[in-house]
Ligand binder design. Structure first.
Ligand SMILES: *[C@@H]1O[C@H](CO)[C@@H](O)[C@H](O)[C@H]1NC(C)=O
Ligand SMILES: *[C@@H]1O[C@H](CO)[C@@H](O)[C@H](O)[C@H]1NC(C)=O
Ligand SMILES: *[C@@H]1O[C@H](CO)[C@@H](O)[C@H](O)[C@H]1NC(C)=O
Ligand SMILES: [Cu+2]
Length: 673
């Protein structure tokens, strides 16, 4: 019987393969392809006739079909993919346009001028153009020669300006800060402190210029991080090491659909969010079916505020996803170093400012992690005359992107475990943003310098990194509830037990959004997303638990303008009812936003969230007090969280999982790219 159904499946598959048009069939969530990007460019340019207009593409991404459409496609496919549409944010004659393009009809189906506050993502091209302006600007050239520096060794970078309560609408501007090479490539640790250039991006010209003071440029010595520039003594080198899979990887990637062990999910890429995990389902052996877990997961926003209120630094309150593009800043991953030897790579594409497709090679990697960890084990010595031991090594699947947003590098991992857990981890590395000062020793410092002296003339300013994840969990279906299982200390006062206290679990189901705003660290509780309509055989609601990692909430006061813009950092956990347009916790237009389109504002409606399609928002954070080891380049610092099944399976789902086959040397050969 098994073999006859296998034959039937095979036959249907072969038939489909013959009948379907050749070429890859789109999954409705597939990112826009280079040819689609090129079509979008043609369609939008045709819609905006006349070459006299300055048209720039600030964002081009998939306008995805509604959730019910995708879910019904998933059930019935392969049927025709719903029509492909793109969402374009363009600047045309100093106005922001929101354009929806339909790729099947080749038509612009809507074009709306956005008149609210805030501006779209910055393009690389406009930053590059702005960065070049000071080098041809006479007052800047004079400032450089006044400092006795060489103009040819100066490089400039773009910094978003934030919003600080101005009522008048400000122009689309950037601040340009410059750095000095002359003996190092680690430009960020050699700031030309005191000089600030303001550039109007729409006119692409300098509108303000400040040279307020001169402090020494920190020295180049000891700032290099490239291996070729290092001098002995060298650190101890580990012995040769690799991960080898002589039978090839254990996962399959079909288009953007990844299948591995008991997991299947779709892996997309967006220039704003970076990797997007969709439709993650896990196969339940007992129920002989795939069960839905995560409809969508991605980094919605990052907020990096610096804690120096002085003129040159107060505005540094970056929104790395909404201003710079977390995916746009993704860098090609290097085989064998960014990802292990057994990794498989995927390319990403985006529209340049002129709309033409640009490729980021190896933007994502997928690999099986085998790190010598234990998935589960037990040694039983309690039975006389016997020792029983069972161990299963842990093998998991990792999806990785690295985004280098200026000075910082963020390593973004999504890890899938056979036990049903999904772990998200972000690693911070790269170069700190530092401030040039006159101090060369902490003994000289009598004032508040807002940071740590890391080297002579070098203060690394205190700051935070907050990453807010959109987690649309659909545990065994759309309708879920959020449960706080509080661990409460209970006193025994009636002498019924020798104990005088114990803890117990008191479960509360959040009714509305206000019940689900949580600052972690105060009251111990398990946080669960459950399906109140599905129970296990013994009657527990099936669910998934959020296990926070080390997390921080914002310490800024509520009336701080940057905090108003990043109000999503006030709580680590929020829950909202699903709304397709609520994607970006810092607002669609994060650059110079005024906080009128944040998660905190959406949540004020206090909508009902019980037994509904809900979205969990989790913000992890780092309060970064720099230390000398972070200089001249910071070793990776990680934080993350885990979504772990809680009464989702009837019992341990990996009990009956066989360990991977042992590889016997010297039979295997390492393939080196
Ligand atoms: C287009 O932009 C350039 C500079 O970026 C400017 O010189 C030109 O006047 C602009 N054209 C229009 C029609 O706005
Ligand atoms: C979805 O969210 C947007 C933004 O918060 C809001 O304007 C809109 O009314 C919401 N739609 C529904 C159906 O609640
Ligand atoms: C694997 O290695 C063993 C021991 O070196 C050798 O006897 C055997 O022939 C090898 N097998 C293959 C398939 O290379
Ligand atoms: Cu930091």
């Amino acid at each position: 019987m098994a073999s006859s159904s296998t034959f039937k499946t095979l036959f249907v598959l072969i038939l489909l393969w013959i009948l379907l048009p050749s070429g890859h069939q789109h999954h409705p969530l597939d990112p826009l392809t280079p040819s689609e990007l090129a079509q979008i460019r043609t369609i939008v340019k045709g819609w905006n006739p006349g070459s006299t207009h300055n048209l720039t593409f600030q964002y081009v991404g998939l306008e995805e079909p509604d959730k019910p459409t995708i879910l019904s496609w998933l059930l019935k496919h392969p049927t025709k993919t719903p029509s492909r549409q793109a969402f374009v944010i363009a600047r045309v004659d100093k106005k922001t346009h929101e354009i929806i393009v339909d790729l099947s009809t080749h038509l612009v189906i809507s074009d709306r001028i956005y008149t609210g506050y805030g501006y779209p993502l910055l393009t690389f091209e406009e930053q590059t153009a702005a960065n070049a302006l000071p080098l041809k600007y006479a007052p800047f050239i004079a400032s450089i020669s006044k400092r006795g520096l060489k103009l040819a060794e100066v490089v400039c970078e773009s910094f978003s300006v934030g919003w600080f309560g101005e009522r008048r609408r400000s122009k689309r501007v950037l601040k340009i800060l410059c750095f000095y090479l002359d003996g190092t490539e680690n430009l960020y640790v050699r700031p030309l402190e005191g000089i600030t250039v303001v550039v109007d991006l729409d006119d692409m010209k300098i509108t303000e210029y400040y040279d307020r003071f001169v402090v020494p440029v920190p020295k180049a010595d000891g700032t290099e991080y490239q291996a070729s520039k290092q001098k002995p003594p060298f650190g101890q080198r580990p012995k040769a090491i690799t991960v080898v899979q002589p039978d090839g990887p254990g996962f399959k990637i079909d288009g953007h659909t990844v299948r591995w062990a008991n997991w299947v999910f779709h892996l997309g890429f967006d220039i704003r969010a970076g990797p997007i995990i969709s439709l993650a389902s896990i196969y339940d052996i007992e129920k002989n079916t795939f069960r839905r877990v995560l409809y969508k997961g991605y980094v919605s926003e990052m907020f990096v505020p610096y804690m120096d209120p002085t003129e040159e630094w107060y505005y540094k309150t970056y929104f790395d996803a909404g201003e710079y593009g977390f995916g746009l800043c993704a860098v090609p991953l290097e085989p064998l170093t960014d990802c292990p030897a057994n990794a498989v790579f995927m390319d990403g594409y985006f529209a340049g400012q002129d709309g033409k497709p640009i490729k980021i090679s190896n933007v994502l990697c997928v690999f099986e992690r085998y790190a010598g960890d234990v998935m589960w084990r037990h040694t039983e010595t309690g039975i006389p005359g016997k020792v029983i031991r069972e161990v299963r090594p842990e093998v998991s699947l990792v999806v990785r992107m690295v985004s280098t947003v200026g000075n910082y590098d963020y390593i973004v991992d999504w890890e899938f475990k056979q036990s049903g857990s999904i772990k998200a981890v972000v690693g911070l590395t790269g170069v700190l943003e530092v401030k040039g000062v006159t101090y060369t020793h902490t003994d000289q410092i009598k004032e508040n310098v807002y940071g740590t002296l890391l080297a002579e003339n070098t203060i690394a300013v205190y700051h935070d990194h907050f990453l807010s994840y959109h987690l649309d969990l659909d545990v065994d279906g759309d309708d879920n509830s959020f449960v706080k299982a509080k661990l409460q200390t209970t006193r025994v006062t009636d002498k019924s037990s020798p104990r005088t206290s114990y803890w117990t679990v008191v479960k509360e189901t959040a009714k509305t959004e206000s019940d689900a705003r949580i600052q972690l660290g105060s009251d111990p509780a398990e946080l669960l997303v459950v399906n109140p309509n599905k129970k296990t055989n013994v009657g527990n609601n099936v669910g998934y638990r959020l296990i926070p990692g080390s997390s921080a909430a914002s310490l800024l006061s509520d009336d701080d303008y940057s905090q108003i813009r990043a109000a999503f950092t006030k709580y680590n956990v929020w829950v909202t009812p699903y709304n397709k347009s609520e994607k970006w916790v810092g607002g669609v237009y994060a650059d110079q936003s005024r906080g009128d389109d944040t998660l905190a504002i959406w949540s004020q409606r206090d909508r009902e969230i019980e037994n509904k399609d809900i979205v969990l928002w989790y913000t992890l954070g780092f309060h970064h007090v720099p230390c000398q080891e972070d200089f001249p380049l910071m070793p990776t610092l990680s934080a993350g969280f885990e979504l772990r099944p809680a009464n989702f399976f009837e019992s341990n789902p990996v009990l009956n999982t066989k360990p991977p086959k042992h590889v016997v040397w010297p039979n295997c050969t390492t393939k080196v790219q």
